[in-house]
Design a protein around this ligand. Structure first.
Ligand SMILES: [Zn+2]
Length: 90
C-alpha cells in the first residue's frame, strides 16, 4: 500500500481551486473513491482536509441488498452494482 505522494493545489483563472492527487495514492487498491465521484471536503481544526464520499452504497432494486458505487460520470450520474449482478444508475 503506497498511500503517500506529492500532490498540488492550483487556482484556475475562473476562480475554482483544483486539488491534484498523486497517482501512487489514487491507483492504490485501498483508494476509497471512484472516477468523477463528487466528494465532501471539510477543513479541520488542525488545518488538514477531510475528504469523504457522499453516497457509497444504495439499495439494490432487485434483491434489496446493498449495491456499491462503481463510478460517477461527469454529469454526476452514479453507477451502482450489487453482488446479485444487478447494475443501476441514479
Ligand atoms: Zn441485488
Amino acid at each position: 500500500m503506497a498511500g503517500k505522494g506529492r500532490g498540488r493545489i492550483r487556482k484556475r483563472s475562473d476562480g475554482k481551486w483544483m486539488l491534484y492527487l498523486p497517482t501512487a495514492v489514487c491507483d492504490d487498491t485501498h483508494f476509497p473513491f471512484t472516477r468523477n465521484e463528487q466528494v465532501k471536503v471539510t477543513l479541520q481544526e488542525d488545518k488538514s482536509l477531510r475528504v469523504e464520499s457522499f453516497t457509497k452504497f444504495d439499495d439494490c432494486p432487485n434483491c434489496h441488498g446493498q449495491g456499491e458505487l462503481q463510478e460517477t460520470d461527469i454529469r454526476g450520474v452514479a453507477e451502482y452494482k450489487c453482488k446479485c449482478g444487478e447494475e443501476w444508475r441514479k
